[in-house]
Ligand binder design. Sequence first.
Ligand SMILES: Cc1cc2nc3c(=O)[nH]c(=O)nc-3n(C[C@H](O)[C@H](O)[C@H](O)COP(=O)(O)OP(=O)(O)OC[C@H]3O[C@@H](n4cnc5c(N)ncnc54)[C@H](O)[C@@H]3O)c2cc1C
Length: 503
Amino acid sequence: MSTWDGGPFDAAIIGGGIIGAGIARDLSLRGARVALVEKGDFGGGTTSGSTRLIHGGLRYLEMLDFGLVRMDLRERETLLRIAPHLVRPLEFRIPFVRQSAWFRFKMRVGLTLYDALSYDRSLPGHRFLGNAEALADEPSLTKDGLQGAGSYYDAQVRLPERLCLENLIDAANNGAVVRNYCEVVAANHDDGRVGSLRVRDGGTGEESELRARVFVNATGAWFDRVEKTLTGSPSRRLRTTKGIHLTCAPMVNKANVLFSPIDGRLFFVIPLMGKTWIGTTDTDYTEDPANVSAAEDDIEYLLHSVEPFFPDIRRLPIYSTNAGVRALVRRPGSESSVSRAHKVEETHPGMISVLGGKITGYRAIAEETADVVCQRIGITAPCRTADLRLPGGGPAPAGEFGALYGSRAAGVEALAATHGRIGAQAVFAARHEFCRHLDDFLLRRTEYAFSADMGASVALEALDALGAEFQWSPSQRDEEWQRFRAAAERAHSATASTLPASR
Ligand SMILES: Cc1cc2nc3c(=O)[nH]c(=O)nc-3n(C[C@H](O)[C@H](O)[C@H](O)COP(=O)(O)OP(=O)(O)OC[C@H]3O[C@@H](n4cnc5c(N)ncnc54)[C@H](O)[C@@H]3O)c2cc1C
């Protein structure tokens, strides 16, 4: 079994979702020698199954979790500053439709408190609108029983996959060794401590030994499964729940916060990439998170919940569905009691674990984890991730590439003359963004798979460019096409049939 080049490492991180990526960036900026392994593609786990909001979370106010809301509102500001090309302000509306005076009073108090907790915000504060203004902006909203609307601001990250990626690019720029398609399959223990990990390369099947002074388990909803792999004993630290989204034809102009008439739960109807996203649900889920998908019941719950507010919903085509698995931290002593707050702890000697957390708070969670790791390995350098912009976070040129790559757009533009616009992005992804497969490019490096045709119109050009770059044989090209179809089917189940069976 081979060992890793670039070692020995100070820290080895398992999991390349947003939290693992944030930890890798933080530690490498402090001068630690870092390795990170991800069994699939970076950001392909729960990070890509989220609602894509950067928000304090109005719903957590109801749970009186002011500490969590405050942290996330502070982090919202930080992300608007360090990743302005990826995280953008978004206006939210709370339409009041046949609501009680008590409900409207609660919303007034809630929004006032939300503003107070984001006292350092750059975004506008809340206000209330009459029916005429609410309908002018949102013509599909029901007029029946409408009593005006509340308005407030939060933010949206269109591609959290790229937020994750840019953390890893920065980590690698600072010396970290980061590898996707590498799965941790076992741990070797020295004197009761984790001494090294056995890592299997998904491409070649080869196994290698990854040694480090400290290890970090940042595998999100996979945490209990990975713990069992590492220790051999069952672990039940998480409660995992499924959340789904529907994507349908464009219907809304603002992000709408609605309360389901079925159970009173808060959910969203949001404009995203030219379409409308509806979600999410929250139901217990115990299968492998990799297999999560929307069921008929989930879809019906959302449609039924939206109908009183947007009566046209049943007439609109649904393009696709997607799903993710939340990792909620079980409180000790009770089976069903869970917390939305994250936890960082040493789960066994040599292994620091992160449980729970949101995308919004990822940077702060990564800082807290890196503080613990640095204490163990004797690094005293302070965290710098709140002050340093992500690699694309500088001034961005106008146009399509600037919107996606920010200040890194010039690198893509330079390739466009020789490779065309799609080819340039594919080659850039292969050379500078750890892209290994066609589906990495269409689903997680760009927004193409989110278009109504799921990227079919650009897929062949991308396949040609990646095929030339990686020297794929005709059979490898065919495998890549089938791989992309299967991945697209999983990620956006309802529309997979729009993709041709072969190329
Ligand atoms: C439906 C839904 C909506 C959400 N909406 C929002 C939102 O709007 N805003 C927000 O802030 N948060 C939201 N969240 C929460 C947010 O998505 C997650 O908290 C966040 O993405 C978790 O990131 P992570 O890095 O912990 O997990 P993940 O992104 O799942 O990363 C963990 C990684 O570990 C890898 N892994 C597992 N086992 C191994 C192994 N053996 N070896 C190597 N790698 C391994 C997995 O492949 C995975 O990529 C939402 C969550 C859900 C489910």
